[in-house]
Design a protein. Structure first.
Length: 291
């Protein structure tokens, strides 16, 4: 009887954060991209690492108000033409991209989270990025606008909201028992927009942690006509294993693996007259810890 009662006990998995405390997210995402264009295979490997801190400014019955700050960002890309890398810690005024990454470090913006880890809003991020870019006098005109557009795609509020939710919005909205399942829907908005549907399951409970397993599907969202020079028609799967601290609800460890396949279309432009469509596949892994 005791065993049956324990198994049936409903647990409220939620964020229990303390005002004034800072919680960290250390993430590394590795992606292997394969493109086949006119019979030629191009392999691209990308590694993106970031250290992000979340300070609880205040809370009410439903939301946490956070000050979010990047503490470090670096990116490495292995391209068919060679390797390039950018690092916020690099002190080289001739490396514009690294300098810009360094410029967004320790520049806070705000975000609000629900008790289940949903990102309710992200604010002041575009103003922060614009302010940083305006400080680089060596970047002007068309080049500045191109860099700004790329940064907004990767670090703008819509992109950051979706990426954060992929990491934090894993907790159920209602109490669950061990082996119970629940669903989450997330919209990714970056270079490639996509719907992500994930089914999570509470697979184990330890004295200090909740262990959660997730399996999901990823399907790209068609862009508005004329809004982007590229179009993606892709779908795939995602598998996650997550450890959540019982006391705070904050994720202490997680590993997410993705496998996506489909086609990419570059629309008609002076560099690609008539446009081109080619197959693309991508495998990726994201590892997150709290320190």
């Amino acid at each position: 009887m005791a065993t049956i009662t324990c198994q049936a006990q409903k647990l409220k998995l939620a964020l229990h954060l303390t005002r004034g405390n800072t919680y960290n997210m250390v993430s590394t995402t590795t992606s292997a991209i394969k493109q086949t264009i006119n019979g030629q295979v191009n392999n691209i490997n990308v590694t993106l690492s970031a250290i992000t801190s979340f300070k609880v400014l205040s809370a009410d019955d439903s939301l946490y108000y956070m000050e979010v700050t990047y503490k470090g960002v670096n990116m490495k890309m292995d391209l068919p033409t060679g390797q390039v890398s950018f690092d916020s810690q690099k002190k080289d005024s001739t490396d514009v991209m690294s300098s810009i990454l360094g410029g967004i470090v320790d520049k806070p913006f705000t975000a609000t989270f629900t008790k289940s880890g949903r990102v309710h809003s992200v604010e002041n991020l575009e103003n922060m990025i614009s302010s940083v870019l305006d400080g680089f006098r060596q970047v002007q005109g068309t080049q500045k606008e191109q860099i700004k557009a790329r940064f907004m795609q990767s670090f703008g509020s819509r992109s950051v909201k979706g990426n954060l939710e992929m990491s934090t919005a894993v907790l159920p909205e209602t109490p669950v028992a061990k082996n119970d399942k629940w669903s989450k829907h997330t919209i990714l908005q970056s270079t490639m927009n996509a719907n992500v549907e994930t089914v999570y399951q509470l697979i184990n409970v330890t004295p200090t942690s909740y262990l959660i397993h997730g399996e999901g599907t990823i399907v790209t969202i068609p862009g508005e006509p004329g809004t982007s020079p590229m179009k993606y028609d892709m779908k795939g799967t995602m598998v996650s294993d997550i450890k959540v601290d019982k006391a705070t609800g904050w994720i202490t460890e997680s590993k997410t693996r993705q496998n996506i396949n489909g086609t990419m279309t570059i629309k008609d432009n002076p560099d690609t007259p008539g446009g081109i469509t080619f197959p693309v596949s991508m495998t990726g892994e994201t590892i997150i810890t709290d320190r």
